[in-house]
Write a protein that binds this ligand. Structure first.
Ligand code: SAM
Length: 298
């Protein structure tokens, strides 16, 4: 079967015209009109017939169809009701696609897993994400602890560099840690804004998140770990010691406990938070966890 790709400028225009569809900026609707980019995304996802793909925001189906050609199954979640009849038409040649009409942020992911993914051999999340909720979507998937094998996600280039940043770089911060705590992150490739209709204001990049080789780092109290990492970056130019005092208080007893924890973790209080690796934050958080410092958090 020789099927015409959706992701060309002419076919996309034709589909939008046929349905009188006007894009909603508020839903981050920028459709891809370049098949080569989509093929590279599918390739980065290492999609095979064993794979069940979860796609967020299929739009008019440009990426969905490329995924369906390689995957065992594609389950795509779209918020915009107007797109349902468009998708029913454009994706009609592919029996292995299921479209779910929902806001991805309202979907209970454990129920979703039980009803759609329990038999999946391999789960890969692939999406050209709506830019206004990139981070909440990623964190929801990560925090859900679903057995996701990989995630290949398009987002604004600047966000991609923050999510994949390493210590002692400008882009490294609590968001890099919030993501890399769960999965390894790398920028797979960048994407010029010219491959979208309508064109966004900035270029994009594809991030690939993979399972951590040595498993998730052992952190005794995750809430404390994330509180700690966020506090360490509140004032980037200040030392870890200064930021921790702002977060946990200047009380003498608290200060003594903090000093002891830093010593146990073998971390110099004069360092800046941005120089600490995730493993070091984990060590520090574990050294703190006996102290119940969260009580004194401002
Ligand atoms: N996948 C298509 C493509 O690459 O051409 C469209 C990508 S477009 C950047 C983002 C898509 O996400 C749109 O179809 C939009 O309607 C959908 N979307 C926006 N917010 C959503 C949400 N909260 N839940 C599910 N889909 C959403």
């Amino acid at each position: 079967m020789n099927l015409k790709d959706i992701a060309t400028p002419n076919r996309t225009k034709e589909i939008l015209q046929k349905y009188g569809f006007s894009v909603k900026k508020s839903l981050g609707q920028n459709f891809i009109i370049d098949t080569n980019i989509l093929k590279k995304i599918v390739e980065a996802g290492e999609i095979t017939k064993r794979t069940t793909v979860i796609e967020v925001g299929p739009g008019i189906g440009a990426l969905t169809e490329q995924l369906a050609r390689q995957a065992g199954k594609v389950i795509a979640v779209e918020i915009d009701k107007r797109l349902l009849r468009v998708l029913a038409d454009t994706l009609s040649p592919y029996p292995n696609i299921e479209i779910i009409h929902a806001d991805i942020l309202d979907v209970d992911l454990s129920d979703f897993y039980a009803s759609h993914l329990a038999d999946a051999e391999e789960i890969v999340v692939v999406a050209n994400l709506p830019y206004y909720i990139t981070t909440p979507i990623i964190l929801r998937f990560l925090e859900s602890r679903l057995p996701i094998d990989r995630m290949v996600l398009m987002m604004q280039k600047e966000v991609a560099s923050r999510l994949s940043a390493h210590p002692s770089t400008k882009a490294y911060g609590s968001l890099s840690i919030a993501v890399q705590y769960y999965m390894d992150a790398e920028v797979a490739f960048t994407v010029p804004k010219t491959v979208f209709m309508p064109q966004p204001n900035v270029d994009s990049a594809i991030i690939k998140l993979s399972k951590k080789e040595n498993g998730i780092i052992a952190v005794e109290d995750e809430q404390l770990f994330f509180t700690l990492t966020r506090s360490a970056f509140v004032q980037r130019r200040k030392t870890l010691w200064n930021n921790l005092q702002v977060a946990f208080g200047k009380d003498k007893e608290v200060k003594e406990q903090m000093a002891e924890a830093l010593e146990t973790a073998q971390i110099d209080p004069g360092r800046r938070g941005e120089t600490l690796s995730i493993e070091e934050f984990a060590k520090l958080s574990n050294a703190f966890s006996g102290f119940d410092l969260t009580k004194s958090e401002n």
